[in-house]
Write a protein that binds this ligand. Structure first.
Ligand SMILES: [Zn+2]
Length: 311
């Protein structure tokens, strides 16, 4: 029995290695081969979305992508990821939970149940996004918000959330916190034993290159999203060249080993996620990011964070 189990295990390993090697070979012809989109909005959602979870997973698989992470601001996506992955097969689908008011804000129990969801596809915990205090300051109308830092320290509820993240080896994302808040949150996270930290679209939230370098030195990975670089007029997916150059320079300054790129797409009227990812990779390459660095930010770094083999 043990022998049979061993054989099956070896077989699985072989299949994983072959598919990874195959995807490596096809990178030359398909820039999307082996990539992972870490930031995908899809329906059903509270706000209108351009595509459903299932259709997105089917499309990403067809385009040769290795995986996607489903993100929703209002509900967890660990269950949806498991359903989509089972239904489509042959592609990695992950989810998580954003700690906005709809799940009770900084609710450790919600994170605990998300991590325990069948299939264990729930890997990411976003600190408040749409309900972040920072978002509230820039958003329209009076709303309640979820604070993450007070008087220079993480609010008390963060401690239990961090404990659950560390215990389950989940990925902490800083959500829509300010760069100053993110520094405080990253430092507390590493002290709490959290090994995987992503600063959610740091530059979009005002982080300077110096701040991002500092965050990376503290152990965080910096996220860059194509949505921020779409052209303002005409064919959006051609990208805004000036903005793309800023992105390339930032990745080079921080070091590609500390960065990931993804789409943050799913909004009606914007390109679909795989189209965005492809355009992003082509634009980065055209503006001087090396193939080696693209491999890190679009394939290896996200895979490592998600616990997938990278060789
Ligand atoms: Zn987003």
């Amino acid at each position: 029995m043990l022998k049979i189990k061993g054989l099956i295990f070896a077989g699985c390993l072989l299949i994983t290695q072959i598919s990874w090697a195959q995807s490596k070979r096809s990178i030359d012809t398909n820039p999307l081969a082996g990539t992972i989109d870490f930031h995908c909005h899809a329906g059903p959602d509270v706000s209108a979305r351009s595509i459903s979870d299932l259709d997105l997973v089917r499309l990403a698989k067809k385009e040769g992508m290795r995986g996607i992470v489903l993100k929703n601001h209002y509900t967890m996506t660990a269950d949806r990821a498991e359903t989509a992955m089972k239904e489509v097969g042959g592609i990695e689908v992950f989810g998580g939970i954003a700690l906005n008011r709809s799940v009770g804000g900084l609710n450790a129990e919600a994170v605990r149940r998300m991590a325990a969801m069948e299939g264990h596809r729930g890997k990411v915990v976003w600190l408040p996004t749409v309900d972040a205090e920072n978002n509230f300051e820039h958003g329209p109308g009076p709303r309640k918000f979820v604070s993450v830092v007070k008087d220079g320290k993480p609010v008390p509820e963060i401690a239990e959330v961090y404990e659950v993240i560390a215990k389950n080896d989940l990925i902490l994302e800083t959500g829509h916190s300010t760069p100053a808040e993110s520094m405080i949150l990253i430092s507390a996270a590493t002290q709490a034993g959290i090994k995987k930290i992503i600063v959610t679209h740091a530059m979009l939230l005002g982080a300077t290159v110096e701040q991002m370098k500092q965050m990376a030195a503290m152990g965080a990975v910096i996220e860059f999203c194509w949505q921020a670089y779409l052209a303002k007029k005409g064919n959006k997916n051609l990208g805004d060249e000036k903005a793309v150059i800023t992105c390339v320079n930032a990745i080079k300054a921080i070091g590609a080993e500390h960065c990931i790129i993804d789409s943050d797409l799913g909004q009606p009227g914007n390109p679909l996620h795989p189209d965005g990812m492809r355009a992003y990779i082509i634009a980065l390459k055209a503006n001087g990011l090396s193939e080696h660095d693209i491999d890190l930010v679009a394939r290896k770094n996200p895979a490592k964070l998600l616990g997938l083999p990278t060789e």
